[in-house]
Design a binder for this molecule. Structure first.
Ligand code: 2AM
Length: 179
């Protein structure tokens, strides 16, 4: 099973993020139902490892926090943008959750990239080098404030690759223990 771990966002927020779309040639906008905040990408995981993983994730003790949205940005940089995203204000409890998730994943012998966790919500992926519309998108003034989102759980997702694109299905949700 191809898996990743993410924080789900309320439908209202996903609608507002979807509303930020503009016309950019060669862009693939993330469909509303697939907008999420990735904590870890796992790739293919076998059934035995999945059992181990769900056990390891269930032992995570995390504290609830609020996600506060910040500006729009891109990866890897403005000269060669491939991914357009909305960023998040620094939140130590989010970083701590991502760290605990990463430790649990590594403990199951699932390899993880070395690069540091850089919290973002992907809005679009670009197929070819930046048309001038990308600059306009990145420089747009903020039209509306996105309200903060309370986070009390995270979700293990399956990502099934189909000819129509990826289909994401929640496998298991892990609620933070009450304070
Ligand atoms: P991102 O969009 O937040 O950067 C599910 O596929 C999620 O896993 C994607 O939304 C992406 O997060 C993240 N991901 C990281 N590495 C990936 C990879 N090699 N292939 C697919 N998704 C990856």
């Amino acid at each position: 099973m191809r898996l990743f771990i993410a924080i789900e966002l309320p439908d209202e927020i996903k609608k507002q993020l979807e509303g930020m779309r503009t016309h950019i040639p060669g862009s693939r906008w993330v469909p509303l139902e697939q907008i999420h905040l990735t904590l870890a990408f796992l790739g293919e995981v076998d059934d035995a490892t999945l059992d181990l993983l769900t056990w390891a994730l269930a032992t995570i003790k995390a504290t609830g926090f609020n996600l506060c949205f910040s500006g729009i940005g891109c990866f890897p940089d403005r000269r060669r943008p491939r991914v357009l995203w909305v960023g998040l204000e620094p939140e130590p409890l989010l970083n701590s959750l991502a760290f605990l998730v990463r430790e649990a994943v590594l403990a199951c012998n699932i390899p993880q990239e070395e690069r540091p966790f850089s919290p973002h919500i992907t809005l679009a992926r670009l197929k070819f080098p930046p048309p001038r519309e990308v600059g306009a998108f990145l420089d747009q003034p903020r039209k509306q404030e996105l309200p903060p989102v309370g986070v009390r759980e995270f979700t293990l997702f399956q990502s099934l690759l189909t000819s129509q694109g990826a289909v994401h299905t929640p496998v298991k949700t892990f609620a933070f223990s009450p304070p």
